[in-house]
Ligand binder design. Sequence first.
Ligand code: UT7
Length: 334
Amino acid sequence: MNPVPIRAAIAGTGSYLPEKILTNDDLSKMVDTSDEWIYPRTGIRGRHIAAPGENTSDMAAEAGRRALAAAGAAPEDIDLLVMATISGDKPLPATACLVQEKLGLVNATAFDVLAACSGFLYALDVARQYVRSGAARKVLVVGAEKMSAITDWQDRTTCILFGDGAGAAVVQPAEGGSENGILATCTGTDGSLWPLLNIEAGGSALPASPETLAARRGFVRMDGHTIFKYAVRNMAGIAARAVKEAGLSTSDIDWIVPHQANMRIIQAVAKSMDAPMEKVVANIERTGNTTAASIPVALDEAVRDGRIRPGHNVLFVAFGAGLTWAAGVVRWGL
Ligand code: UT7
């Protein structure tokens, strides 16, 4: 570790959403639900769904390509790829390896982080620590999911929520003398609460078999009602901690980019910070919950449309299976 840590900053972002859109009305023809039930409870009207044969690594590579271009980085400049996903192409190898090949990141070490909806912020924290210590110069962080492949399309309590997509960011040292960069990253875990949100079968404890397939045990299951309460409490708590660690107060935050799980959770987190909804970046209406992709997709959209500008203080906050939660504060720019 260097005596004076190097400040890490985000040099560019990229995202990708597949073309096909599945609306609430489409869903109402598949399960017993309706737009009237889904939209007021979740804020979701539609979600993007990957094409057949379009895999998590393909979406990740496209988002990564766009982030490299935005950062002005060549593939060979990247020395680390940290990939967050719960819906990787295969159990083995890490999806990061497939993305490394697709992008030609010939000088990069590549590995996956599994922290569900908190995954992008866990990966950002890892990237930040590598850059701070001098162990890496340019890190590509990607969150990508093909949730449609691990969602039970017969279960109306979960299938209304999820969508597919990918987002990415290039993390590198801030410019000398700059005040910009990643000011704080905080993470938390409570493994005792794993039963609230998990996939039962398909791992080594319960390998996939004709019985697990017939019982539909290879899909995401959750206790949504209980998760909701933990989400609000833990996101509010870790957001406050990250703002404090950044040396800021909540009124200094220009933009909140939260995990897009449920509009009511997002509103509750904003309220806990006394922040008006005008400061919140929300695209859940169009994307649904894209798990590890949700924050980098929302971030990229807000950067590209000019809402987030250099010097703005941006708060990220997430919550997901594990249970895991995380937050980060970035003063935007290099
Ligand atoms: O990414 C992080 C992980 N996930 C989350 O953050 C999800 C957090 N939780 C939520 O967003 C909400 O709990 C949900 C949107 C998933 C559900 O909303 P809720 O208000 O907690 O509903 P509920 O599960 O308590 O269900 C209420 C009723 C039930 O009927 P009864 O038992 O009251 O007769 C459900 O069977 O609504 C029924 N229901 C539905 N009805 C129509 C559940 N899903 C549906 C549906 N359409 N899709």
